[in-house]
Design a protein around this ligand. Structure first.
Ligand code: ZN
Length: 297
């Protein structure tokens, strides 16, 4: 089956390449339409790659990040659009400094929700992906991304909400993408142990306290997408200001990842169609292109 539509809502340029990117590349390759909606321009991101922290990049960072995003989208084979909000930055310090006045996290939810509803009613996705209630990582824009996505999922279907933002559209399923799976790293560690080699992320795994639990317990849906890991990595590297090519993300060779953990993980958060868990397809339960939603679960 092809011709369905998947919308991935992300906080900053580069988030789409580190969370569910291989899944998007797979669905795009299979003939589905995939649209990344990037809520902010990433204006307050730091330059995280020392090689890119040079004049000509630092002074035109917002523009550079738009170029990086265009390259990443092309690599993944997806469409991409900006919602035009301004990055809130990651507040640091004790006490935390106040958020900047112009930032996305302080935009009233009604306003940001309407902007996303407009995109939903235009693209008419069958499935949306976003972050969980903790944002996947505690950046104010990520938490806001969750809030806006969930509000827009409801509001887009409701003819009484935002009547000027297009014809109502019922997104049939919404997922949280879960990137940080402890079990995955543990299996990598075992593979390195078997080979008698040192696991490059051992320190990382050690710092990850067991009592923090494993998001794997919340995963409902695993998408096999190992063939698209090279695209994912290339897309991530396209965000050159944000990604250190020598960083831990690339430490485990692709062959090991493809062998040991060839999937990406999602949690079905809301559905308007019947489906059974566990799933291996974000579109499971959605039968016909343009179909009306089935009986509610
Ligand atoms: Zn982000």
């Amino acid at each position: 089956m092809s011709g369905l539509r998947l919308m991935a809502v992300h906080a900053h340029p580069d988030d789409e390449s580190s969370k569910g990117a291989a899944t998007m590349a797979r669905y795009a390759a299979e003939g589905h339409e995939v649209l990344v909606v990037t809520l902010t321009g990433g204006e307050r991101g730091d330059i995280l790659n020392p090689a890119m922290d040079v004049p000509g990049v630092r002074d035109r960072l917002p523009e550079v990040r738009r170029e990086e995003m265009a390259t990443a989208a092309r690599i993944l084979g997806v469409e991409q659009t900006w919602l035009g909000f301004v990055d809130s930055g990651l507040p640091e310090g004790d006490p935390l400094p106040p958020l900047p006045d112009d930032c996305f996290a302080l935009v009233p939810l009604e306003i940001s929700t309407e902007a996303l509803v407009r995109e939903i009613r235009k693209f008419r996705p069958h499935v949306m992906t976003t972050y969980d209630e903790n944002g996947g990582y505690p950046h104010p824009d990520h938490i806001r991304c969750h809030e806006v996505s969930m509000a827009a999922y409801e509001a887009a279907a409701d003819p009484e909400r935002f009547p000027d933002a297009g014809e109502p559209w019922e997104v049939q399923k919404v997922y949280y993408s879960h990137g940080f799976i402890r079990k995955r790293l543990e299996l990598f560690q075992e593979e390195y142990d078997r080979r008698g080699e040192e696991f490059p992320m051992a320190e990382w795994l050690k710092k990850w306290k067991v009592e923090q639990g494993d998001l794997m317990a919340r995963v409902t849906t695993q998408i096999v997408c190992g063939d698209h890991f090279p695209q994912r990595d290339d897309a991530l590297r396209a965000h050159a200001t944000q990604i250190d090519p020598n960083g831990s993300f690339f430490a485990v060779p692709l062959e090991i990842q493809q062998k040991i953990w060839p999937t990406e993980e999602f949690e079905l958060a809301k559905t308007r169609v019947r489906t059974s868990i566990p799933e291996n397809d974000l579109f499971a339960g959605i039968d016909h292109v343009g179909s009306e939603p089935e009986e509610k679960k």
